[in-house]
Ligand binder design. Structure first.
Ligand code: NAD
Ligand code: TYD
Length: 339
């Protein structure tokens, strides 16, 4: 079995690479990643020690190069995690989001059609559904909820999802899609809420909370997401969409306060800044389908997952210090100055 994992040098992709290498000693995992600012080879350091792992530094939009890899590797399954993934960056500059997230998906699916595949899996997001009101707790996203993306990022992911379903209907490509809620865990790039707040708190820097901090996300430990993808690619039905989430809704401000407490930092570091444009209020996933059909349930409680995550950042300073010394500074100034 050979599985191509795109975006494997990023947050979820690298966790998925490690999960699969550990679980299936007879699988080859071939990673394709062009190493944008969010992709880091040091993240895959331990994977390179495994003879079942192979890495290609390639852009998923590069059709010729992608076809060559498919020809050489003959994958059985493709899991597409390569993407531009940060909402704030998409508001600042949408173009690369459309290119990678939509056209890159098309190139990968064309390669699957050309060389044959057992399964193409698209890792999508709950953000394609738009948002839910803060005060109607009974409302959740199901797979049937209509698509109503708010940001250029989520619009690009929704577009890709539609293209994936069209390739299934028109060409019979055996596809599946997972739409997951917010992930947290090791190797997450510190532009996202949880690692950004951990690192800023450790460095005694201001903790920039957008708006009033009342926006709600449905947090899932990354390993639980990896387990869901593993189940879907092996047991999920082609043509189907699976929502993945942990019934774990938390307001941003509560997460930031929890991080302050755990790191013994003053809440005075919390700074309320101008809200994100088009800021989604609340995400909440109904995971009934994946639970009933594939037996998936999240296994990591938030209290344990956040403890593991904070400990990981405390123990892996080298990893994130290298990151925040580079291009990250420009990003930080652009997103947060005058806010
Ligand atoms: P990430 O930004 O940490 O990693 C993305 C990876 O893709 C990086 O390694 C980057 O180098 C690579 N990449 C980007 N453009 C590429 C291109 N053109 N060609 C090849 N590689 C490219 O993202 P993540 O948080 O790990 O998210 C992975 C996927 O999961 C994305 O599709 C995202 O939409 C989805 N998702 C993320 C979350 C979350 O909470 N992080 C939740 C649900 C879904
Ligand atoms: P983020 O981690 O960017 O994920 P997403 O926007 O895809 O859900 O943000 C999570 C929440 O945290 C979101 O409501 C925006 C908020 N947020 C802040 O308040 N401050 C920050 O500095 C960041 C990065 C996010």
């Amino acid at each position: 079995m050979t599985i191509i994992v795109t975006g494997g040098a990023g947050f979820i992709g690298s966790n998925f690479v490690y999960y699969m290498l550990e679980k299936y000693s007879n699988y080859r995992i071939v990673c394709i990643d062009c190493l944008t600012y969010a992709g880091n080879l040091s993240t895959l350091e331990k994977a390179f020690l495994n003879p079942n792992f192979k890495f290609y530094k390639t852009d998923i939009c590069d059709r010729e190069a992608i076809y060559k890899i498919f020809e050489a590797e003959k994958p059985n399954i493709v899991v597409n995690l390569a993407a531009e993934s940060h909402v704030d960056r998409s508001i600042d500059n949408p173009e690369v989001f459309l290119k990678t997230n939509i056209l890159g998906t098309q190139v990968l699916m064309d390669a699957c059609l050309k060389y044959g595949i057992e399964r193409y899996h698209q890792v999508s997001t709950d953000e394609v559904y738009g948002d839910l009101p803060l005060d109607k707790k009974d409302l959740l996203f199901t797979e049937k909820t209509s698509l109503k993306p708010s940001s250029p990022y989520s619009a690009s992911k929704a577009s890709a999802d539609l293209l994936v379903l069209a390739y299934n209907r028109t060409y019979g490509l055996p596809v599946t899609i997972s739409r997951c809620s917010n992930n947290y865990g090791p190797y997450q790039f510190p532009e996202k809420l949880i690692p950004l707040m951990i690192l800023n708190a450790l460095n005694e820097k201001a903790l920039p909370v957008y708006g009033k901090g009342e926006n709600i996300r449905d947090w899932l430990y990354v390993e639980d997401h990896c387990k869901a993808i593993d189940l879907i690619i092996h047991k999920g039905t082609a043509g189907e969409i699976y929502n993945v989430g942990g019934h774990n809704e938390i307001a941003n401000i509560d997460i930031v306060k929890l991080i302050c407490k755990r790191l013994e930092k003053s809440e005075k570091l919390i700074t309320y800044v101008a809200d994100r444009k088009g800021h989604d209020l609340r995400y909440a996933i109904d995971p009934t389908k994946i639970h009933k059909e594939l037996g998936w349930l999240p296994q990591t409680k938030f209290a344990d997952g956040i403890e593991k995550t904070i400990t990981w950042y405390l123990e892996n300073r080298k990893w994130w210090e290298a990151i925040i010394s580079g291009e990250y500074q420009n990003h930080y100034e652009k997103i947060y100055e005058n806010r």
